[in-house]
Design a protein around this ligand. Structure first.
Ligand code: PGA
Length: 249
């Protein structure tokens, strides 16, 4: 059985006080509920340690990590620091990191290796731009992101990796991939995983959909056989909306 996951990516939103309140509200709404899905929140770095003290059912993720273990890298935050601040997961390769901070597949692969070797569970993002979809190269783009990004990871490492398919044209735009578009790409991603790591790994890897996922479309998206949950941006900033998405399972 694959794990179902709903993860909230807060991006660069909330101050510490607001973040604590939001985390508490999500924890409260999810506590004691018997549900299939694991609930994850990814607040900014500065909030992790404090938020880790107010959640227990809800799991904690960072939004990024350094590609180096430690040393003279001003402004960077290492996987070991994230672990010691209470994070269990880390988002790697979000399209905003790829686009605005020029993080390419090779550097993302270094982050992946470092994250797993430090005991973090990476949520590895992949996704094509609108031009790439229109030019018909979407599958090549995704395959390259996965091949290079996951290079050198063992089957054991991959057991702790979550994949998030986030078409760039759907992120923060209000335009969602149709359930068929999502299913088609998730199936393709699973096929690539099978090619790279074998059938068992492919069958057991959680693949999330991200990009304008909200309470009104979550159920339909999650009902696809290869969609195992969502990575939620905007709609994760309101506890009620986020929990409604969680409850779509
Ligand atoms: P969105 O963002 O839900 O606001 O589109 C998703 C993401 O970037 O993870």
């Amino acid at each position: 059985m694959r794990k179902k996951i709903v993860a909230g990516n807060w991006k660069m939103n909330t101050d510490l006080h607001e973040g604590l309140e939001l985390a508490k509200a999500v924890e409260e709404a999810s506590q004691g509920k018997k549900r299939d899905a694991i609930v994850i929140i990814a607040p900014p770095f500065t909030h992790l340690a404090k938020i880790s003290e107010v959640i227990s059912d809800v799991k904690l993720s960072a939004q990024n990590c350094a590609s180096e273990e430690s040393g003279a890298f001003t402004g960077e935050v290492s996987p070991a620091m994230l672990r010691s601040s209470g994070a269990e997961y880390v988002i790697i390769g979000h399209s905003e990191r790829r686009t605005y901070y020029h993080e390419e597949n090779v550097v993302l692969n270094r982050k992946m290796r470092l994250a797993v070797s430090n005991g973090l569970k990476p949520v590895f993002c992949c996704g094509e731009m609108l031009e790439e979809r229109e030019a018909g190269v979407l599958f090549d783009v995704i395959k390259e992101q996965l091949k290079v990004g996951l290079d050198g990871l063992s089957e054991k490492d991959i057991a702790n990796v979550v994949i998030a398919y986030e078409p760039v044209w759907a992120i923060g735009t209000g335009v969602t991939a149709s359930p068929d578009q999502a299913q088609e790409m998730h199936r393709f991603i699973r096929d690539v995983l099978e090619e790279l790591f074998g059938h068992d790994v492919a069958a057991s890897t959680t693949i999330l959909y991200g990009g304008s996922c909200k309470p009104s479309n979550a159920k339909e998206l999650f009902s696809n056989p290869d969609v195992d949950g969502g990575l939620i941006g905007g709609a994760s900033l309101k506890a009620e909306d986020f929990i409604q998405i969680v409850n779509a399972f």
